[in-house]
Ligand binder design. Structure first.
Ligand SMILES: Nc1ncnc2c1ncn2[C@@H]1O[C@H](COP(=O)(O)OP(=O)(O)OP(=O)(O)O)[C@@H](O)[C@H]1O
Ligand SMILES: [Mg+2]
Length: 256
């Protein structure tokens, strides 16, 4: 499914956060969104998810999801948001409880989602007995269990160590290869963005506009760490974000 963001403005009371953001995201595209802290990235994801309504402008989707899709859009939260008194399997089952599914179908969906994130053996484990990486995989399984057409991820792997993050990134790409959902992925990690994204979208300081869009037309398999084009892109991204942070600092200094 495509996601069409058309001239979206958003404010919280008198705090302007988004300033005319437009972006057409193609079906099965991975778009990474970067920008300085507080610029409005999570707000944009919440608007796409329909958790909030934009002050002005429109967000729509185009295309028909697969018949197995229960929710067209699913969200992976930064802090996992697991329910501590439910086992891994019961956490993953949670979004299915809103649907009148036959029991075998429900069980099949849960076990397939757990299998896809390699947690089958931990179905009956509770969140406090899991490592950070396993918690994040549970969060991913809970999003995948509805077979979403669009997956929104808000800094999904930031709370785990570097090695686990790289593993989760590879697993995420494998899941994407299998299911070809559209992914809108907020991250602060420039390296992660250039490993995963088809397009990197850099937002300006708040109120956020689209500052720069960088296309990465390299197959994932060819994205070695030291690939010269990726190295150059990372530098451009860092410079752009640094420029926005400096400008925001300057505005604070200049304020009366
Ligand atoms: N529910 C809310 N009510 C009022 N203000 C909010 C609300 N949510 C976010 N804000 C404000 O909107 C601005 C953008 O917040 P947002 O969470 O979208 O930023 P972000 O880019 O995701 O930041 P970070 O990189 O730190 O996660 C911030 O100034 C924040 O304080
Ligand atoms: Mg955020």
């Amino acid at each position: 499914m495509d996601v069409l963001i058309d001239n979206v403005w958003h404010a919280y009371e008198d705090l302007p956060v988004l300033h005319g953001v437009s972006l057409d995201i193609q079906s099965a595209e991975i778009v990474c969104i970067l920008g300085s802290s507080g610029c409005g990235k999570s707000t944009l994801l919440r608007l796409i998810a329909g958790l909030e309504v934009p002050s002005a402008g429109h967000i729509s989707t185009r295309g028909t999801p697969s018949p197995r899709t229960l929710h067209p859009i699913a969200f992976v939260f930064q802090d996992f948001a697991l329910v501590p008194w439910r086992s891994v399997a019961r956490n993953v089952e949670l979004p299915l409880e809103h649907h009148a599914l036959p029991k075998p179908d429900r069980r099949q969906r849960v076990s397939s989602a757990l299998y896809r994130v390699k947690l089958s053996e931990f179905a009956q484990t509770y969140p406090n007995q899991l490592s950070g990486g396993m918690r994040q995989r549970t969060g991913l399984a809970r999003a995948l269990v509805v077979n979403p057409a669009v997956l929104l991820l808000d800094e999904p792997f930031s709370a785990v160590d570097l090695g686990t993050r790289e593993l989760l990134q590879r697993e995420f790409l494998r899941l994407w290869e299998e299911a070809r959902f559209t992914a809108i992925y907020v991250t602060h990690d420039v390296f992660e963005a250039t490993q995963m994204a088809h397009r990197v979208v850099i937002l300006s300081r708040r109120p956020a506009r689209v500052q720069k869009i960088i296309e990465i037309d390299l197959p994932h398999a060819d994205r070695s760490e030291e690939h010269p084009r990726l190295v150059a892109m990372r530098e451009t991204i860092r410079e752009t974000i640094r420029g926005e942070i400096d400008a925001a600092g300057q505005e604070l200094v200049d304020a009366p």
